[in-house]
Design a protein around this ligand. Structure first.
Ligand SMILES: *Cc1c(COP(=O)(O)O)cnc(C)c1O
Ligand code: SF4
Length: 377
């Protein structure tokens, strides 16, 4: 039996840190850090054991999830609560329609952990000391009915992303009902399931588990209907993938699931060429397509995670040509205010002194240009 408990209370976390002989000063820094976070404390034993506790300052997993209070920086003055303007594209509760051919559905607001750099920290996870979240008030079955109705009425939509939240944290019956109902929508030809569970709870994907069985059945039922089912995973650093996670990935690849990875470029965590290359190489070996590297969004209390646009472009330039084109991730910035994802290099003009980058959007007429602001020095 594998036990992989989630720690959600500071007492539990302190006990763990004590067991790893983490010096008291660092313990205090970590617990105090959560009081500034837009995300609640939730972390699994599995991921805590991936951290090199002898290098607590630099460890890329510690830096992603156990932030020292002293690492936080002041928010950028142009930062907004819902940075991508998702409230404006919510066609029904928890259903986002930004791109003509894709719809995104929030299956839940629960994740196996809560990333401080999450774009959707405005709604994902429970309230924290500093942030009250947008909640979903309708029942799941009402929201699912609305989704199916919306898709049947909007036949140009061919792609559905089931996210939230996280499919690995969803109730199995709930996930099953979405997958079954979606098969009745002829115009949908691909469904993408978003998860961070492979980093945090790889045991959920063990052969014979409920999630494994549902995915294996669904791969076949989608194939019969000539639809594609894929898993969109989220690894930011090679160290997130140990043997247990590798095993889980190969279980999924063997069942015929297509897998794509999205990373967020995070300051001094994966914001250098060598680290990005190491992750791409690992993903390719595991048959996961390196799909996106995101410029980090301008989200609340996560300023210390952001890199400049120039850093993103420089890494992109360093890696271009090293891998087959289809295995080279796209570097994109999701334009604040709702312009959608855009190639990071494709800005119309920039004031590099002030750190302002202006992009055009093909999918939103809301503004002639959309602006991304570098973190302030
Ligand atoms: C990112 C995103 C998508 C999917 O974008 P792709 O570029 O097709 O992967 C769809 N809807 C919303 C709201 C998104 O943020
Ligand atoms: S797992 Fe994904 S949705 Fe959940 S908090 Fe992290 S980035 Fe956000």
């Amino acid at each position: 039996m594998i036990t992989n408990e989630s720690i959600t209370k500071s007492d539990g976390l302190l006990n763990f840190l004590e067991s790893k002989s983490v010096p008291g000063g660092f313990q205090q820094e970590i617990v105090a850090g959560f009081s500034l976070s837009s995300m609640p404390l939730k972390i699994t034993n599995h991921v805590l054991n991936l951290i090199d506790w002898n290098d607590i300052i630099n460890d890329p997993i510690r830096k992603q999830f156990l932030i020292f209070k002293s690492e936080y920086k002041k928010d950028h003055p142009m930062l907004k609560f819902d940075s991508l303007g998702e409230k404006h594209i919510e066609v029904s509760e928890g259903i986002l329609h930004r791109y003509p051919k894709s719809v995104l559905f929030f299956i839940n607001r629960v994740c196996p952990t809560y990333c401080g750099f999450c774009t959707r920290s405005y709604t994902v996870g429970t309230d924290t000391d500093i942030l009250e979240k947008h909640k979903l008030s309708n029942s799941f079955s009402n929201r699912l009915n609305s989704l199916i109705k919306y898709l049947k009425n909007n036949k140009t939509v061919m792609d559905l992303i089931i996210s939230g939240g996280d499919v690995s944290s969803a109730n199995i019956g709930v996930l099953k009902s979405v997958l079954e109902r979606i098969l009745t929508v002829d115009s949908i030809s691909s469904v993408r399931l978003a998860t961070r569970g492979l980093t945090f709870s790889p045991e959920k994907f063990n052969i014979g588990s409920d999630l494994y069985n549902l995915l294996a059945e669904s791969v076949l039922s989608f194939k019969r209907e000539r639809k594609e089912l894929s898993l969109q995973c989220h690894f930011n650093h090679r160290n997130e993938i140990n043997e247990t996670t590798e095993k889980a990935i190969s279980n999924l690849i063997d069942m015929g699931l297509i897998m794509r990875n999205q990373s967020v470029l995070l300051k001094n965590i994966n914001s250098d060429t060598k680290t990005v290359i190491e992750l791409i190489e690992k993903l390719i070996t595991l048959k996961i397509q390196p799909y996106y590297v995101y410029q980090m969004d301008m989200v609340k209390n996560a300023e210390h995670f952001r890199t400049t646009i120039e850093e993103g472009i420089s890494i992109y330039n360093d890696i271009t040509g090293l891998f087959p084109g289809y295995l080279t991730p796209k570097f994109v910035v999701d334009l604040p205010n709702g312009g959608g994802k855009k190639n990071i290099c494709a800005y119309e003009w920039a004031d590099k002194e002030k750190g302002i980058f202006a992009y055009k959007s093909a999918i939103s007429q809301k503004a002639p240009l959309f602006y991304y602001y570098n973190p302030q020095p």
